[in-house]
Design a protein around this ligand. Structure first.
Ligand SMILES: Cc1cc2nc3c(=O)[nH]c(=O)nc-3n(C[C@H](O)[C@H](O)[C@H](O)COP(=O)(O)OP(=O)(O)OC[C@H]3O[C@@H](n4cnc5c(N)ncnc54)[C@H](O)[C@@H]3O)c2cc1C
Length: 503
């Protein structure tokens, strides 16, 4: 598969054209399907490739290094779409649907986000009403759904009302998009990732048979979580591939470029930037390896690992890409030099699948509610004594008293971030003896943890923030300087003329 992707990249893909035309070459889906890339972890009995988690990560890293659109196509189908079906659909449904998905005859995606909610999954408003015959009727709207207009199946998450009219909780359904009442809405024009369409979806009395239920009624969050957890790992892995490729390009340039101090690569500041970037890449790679090894050996992966890989993987790898744009100077801003397109495309990863802020605050809040769970994350590790001291200081911070909800959010964000960094630092320290580069990565990671810990400790007492009204008043005043510049020039008419439409 890796050979296929490399050859395909050299001979068939044109990322610039996909970006400009907002689409893929028509041969893409059959070619990916033929290479087995649409059934990566589907068991062989359902005609998939049954790859291990570490092999899947290699495929995703490779795809991420080639093109973000390619990665997301694979990630949406294989990790957002397939796992809820594989783990929560009835066996007869699995036997019917999974071979179609694994062979690429149909695509699948998951629809969680709605206009009124994105990060806050529990506030889903789409509804499902159970019918006397055991089937369900779905209503509501979903937004930003990758492959929403292309997928034949969508895992839809909705709020169920049971046969007695009682609220029964969020429930997952496998919906056939050819069902009457399922309406695909327009594609949004995005900043990057332009070849993967995102559509809004509307459900107007969509009938879903009883066998369309994913898991148990009211337990839909468990099915949604399989998509999220896998998705978070894959986003970090794809971003890792992109950061590695960006560094490769920046390194080639730096070795060939002469600046006022001599060779660019030999300038100390540049060497420092490259070394920090390599350390970030190596630390994230170590975390991904750790998670996939645990999964492959059937060991439990505590939830904070998935948060850490999503938060730090996506944040740090995008930062590396940004640094490579900078290192390349004007060449970084030229869209045909790969790194610039990565910069636009991978920016999404800090938003998608739960924004960094939302999940950092969530992770921190979980730890603040049950601080004893924080220390238990490290039970499996022989933690270096210096790191153990830092971890004890983080533990102490969890006892901070706050006097407002806002302070509590700030505290949760700090704790969430520190949990992520402490995990990264413990894993990096564990790998310290592998090579001198790993030793550098361990020191860099520990330094990052320490910097963040000191910042959190020094921020006591919390700085009084301006009130929301003060901020709104101040920003409202910008209007006096800027005036109204909203563009209202009519857009392009796309619809078929009324007189030409069917009656
Ligand atoms: C290109 C693209 C593809 C997508 N594909 C899919 C898909 O296939 N399926 C799907 O279901 N969804 C998809 N999404 C939706 C995506 O997952 C959500 O947009 C994302 O989770 C953020 O939700 P939101 O846009 O509603 O932002 P909001 O949740 O409204 O966030 C707005 C701001 O508030 C901050 N914020 C939110 N909560 C908190 C908190 N608790 N603490 C502090 N700050 C907070 C956020 O960081 C952000 O800055 C896609 C989005 C995009 C852009």
């Amino acid at each position: 598969m890796l050979d296929f992707l490399r050859k395909y990249s050299r001979e068939q893909l044109d990322s610039r054209r996909m970006d400009e035309r907002r689409g893929f070459p028509v041969s893409l889906i059959p070619d990916l399907a033929h290479a087995g890339l649409l059934g990566l972890q589907v068991p062989k009995r359902y005609q998939g490739r049954e790859l291990s988690h570490s092999d899947t990560a290699k495929v995703m890293r490779q795809a991420g290094a080639i093109d973000c659109n390619l990665l997301i196509y694979l990630a949406v189908h294989n990790t957002l779409g397939v796992p809820p079906v594989l783990q929560f659909a009835r066996e007869d449904v699995r036997s019917a649907v999974l071979p179609e998905l694994a062979q690429g005859r149909r695509l699948v995606t998951s629809a969680i986000s709605e206009p009124s909610m994105g990060s806050h999954v529990r506030s889903i408003t789409s509804t499902a009403t159970k019918q006397p015959d055991g089937s369900y009727v779905l209503n509501g709207g979903k937004q930003w759904i990758s492959l929403g207009a292309d997928a034949h199946y969508v895992n839809v998450f909705a709020r169920l009302t049971d046969e007695n009219g009682q609220e029964a909780g969020i429930t997952g359904f496998l919906v056939d998009t050819s069902s009457p009442g399922f309406v695909r809405g327009p594609e949004v024009i995005t900043l990057g990732l332009k070849a993967v369409p995102q559509n809004s979806l509307a459900m107007e009395n969509v009938h879903v048979p009883a066998e369309g239920l994913l898991g148990e009624e009211g337990k839909g969050l468990a099915a949604a979580k399989t998509a999220f957890t896998r998705g978070r790992l894959v986003l970090a892995t794809g971003a890792l591939g992109a950061a590695m490729r960006a560094l490769e390009l920046a390194q080639r340039f730096a070795r060939r470029r002469e600046v006022a101090t001599g060779n660019l690569a030999e300038n100390g500041r540049v060497q420092q930037i490259v070394a920090e970037s390599v350390a970030a890449v190596q630390a994230v790679e170590t975390l991904i390896e750790h998670i996939t090894d645990r999964l492959d050996s059937g060991r439990d992966v505590p939830e904070p690992f998935y948060f850490a890989v999503k938060i730090l993987g996506c944040e740090l790898m995008w930062e590396v890409i940004d640094r490579c744009v900078q290192l390349l100077g004007a060449r970084g801003f030229v869209d045909t030099n790969v790194v610039g397109q990565f910069y636009r495309d991978y920016r999404l990863f800090r938003i998608f699948e739960g924004t960094t802020e939302a999940i950092t605050v969530y992770l921190g809040s979980m730890v603040l509610k049950q601080p004893q769970h924080f220390l238990s994350i490290f039970d499996d590790f022989d933690v270096d004594p210096k790191l153990a001291e830092h971890i004890a200081r983080i533990d102490k911070l969890t006892t901070t008293t706050t006097t407002s909800a806002q302070q509590q959010h700030v505290l949760a964000a700090q704790i969430g971030e520190l949990v992520c960094w402490s995990l990264l630092a413990v894993l990096a320290a564990d790998s310290r003896n592998r090579s001198s580069m790993y030793a550098h990565t361990a020191s860099w990671t520990e330094q990052q943890l320490l910097d963040k810990l000191r910042t959190a400790e020094d921020s006591r007492p919390f700085v009084e923030l301006p009130t929301v009204d003060e901020l709104a008043r101040h920003i409202g005043d910008f209007d006096t300087s800027l005036g109204n510049v909203e563009q209202r020039r009519p857009g392009i008419q796309h619809d078929l003329d009324l007189l030409l439409r069917r009656g």
